[in-house]
Design a protein around this ligand. Structure first.
Ligand code: NAP
Length: 252
């Protein structure tokens, strides 16, 4: 590693949900900083892999449906088999279900909490075991404004993302002594598939944009710098932090 503390050359990253949206942008940003990337997800991240290879870094597809914890150990093993090691884990894959709290179903509760929280914990555990054994690593969980706020009509999503905040701090407390940092990025309103329904609703869209000090939706690429920072040596002493990248939403 050179004198640039943000240089990720020689590091191997795993990014879940890397085929689109925020996960794709973070995978590409890590590669631009020098990392090789295992692109994990249920839809093959062919476009992301092609973009990373164009940058001159290695990229591999690791197929996994993270709606259950069944694939988590294999995700780590396959990454190590294909790319040699594992230094950085970005838990980005996530889903949202919208309905009034009085009507919310058990199925919509379980689907979101299993994907957004349970699978995240057990993938952290699988990667953490590897990182502890190999002398350190970086874990970055994708949180939300609803790690801090209540939201509306998204009870399982709010529960899962609030849980991500606590889990990030717990893992930071347990693993700091092993050289593993565990932090989170809380995106504001980012234009992706996840928020397509909000963007399409003219009234909600106007209310959201009006409340964002930056005056616009975030672009997935807006998350890249925060991810590179938290993955890098520059953030070696940053632990259990939830970094908002939100155009000022929380400051308002
Ligand atoms: P997105 O475009 O819908 O992407 C979600 C990603 O997660 C996709 O790659 C998706 O794969 C993957 N995924 C979902 N369920 C999966 C499963 N069972 N197994 C494997 N992969 C799965 O959404 P996004 O906005 O980029 O969201 C990425 C993360 O940021 C999520 O955790 C989300 O909660 C969080 N976030 C987003 C915003 C925002 O404003 N967009 C704000 C705060 C937090 P498929 O393409 O196969 O479905």
């Amino acid at each position: 590693m050179g004198s640039n503390p943000f240089d990720l050359s020689g590091r191997i990253a795993v990014v879940t949900g890397a085929n689109t949206g925020i996960g794709q942008a973070i995978a590409v940003a890590l590669a631009e900083a020098g990392a090789d990337v295992a692109c994990v997800g249920r839809t093959p991240a062919e476009e992301t892999v092609a973009r990373i290879r164009e940058i001159g870094r290695r990229a591999e597809i690791v197929s996994a449906d993270l709606s259950t914890i069944e694939p988590v150990a294999r995700v780590v093993d396959e990454t190590v088999a294909k790319l040699g090691r594992l230094d950085i884990l970005v838990n980005n894959a996530g889903i949202i279900r919208r309905a009034d709290a009085v009507d919310f179903t058990e199925a919509d509760w379980d689907a979101v909490v299993d994907t957004n929280l349970k699978s995240v914990f057990f993938l952290c555990q699988a990667a953490g075991r590897h990182m502890i054994a190999s002398g350190g690593g970086r874990i970055i969980n994708i949180a939300s404004m609803l790690t801090f706020q209540g939201g509306i009509r998204v009870p399982s999503y709010t529960a899962s993302k609030s849980g991500i905040g606590g889990l990030t701090k717990l893992l930071a407390n347990e693993w700091a002594k092993h050289g593993v940092t565990v932090n989170a990025i809380a995106p504001g309103y980012i234009a992706t598939n996840n928020t397509a329904a909000l963007q399409a609703d003219a009234a909600r869209n106007a209310a959201i944009v009006d409340r964002i000090p930056a005056g616009r939706w975030g672009d997935p690429a807006d998350l890249g710098g925060a991810a590179v920072f938290l993955a890098s040596d520059a953030a070696a002493y940053v632990q259990g932090h939830i970094l908002a990248v939100d155009g000022g939403w929380l400051a308002r």
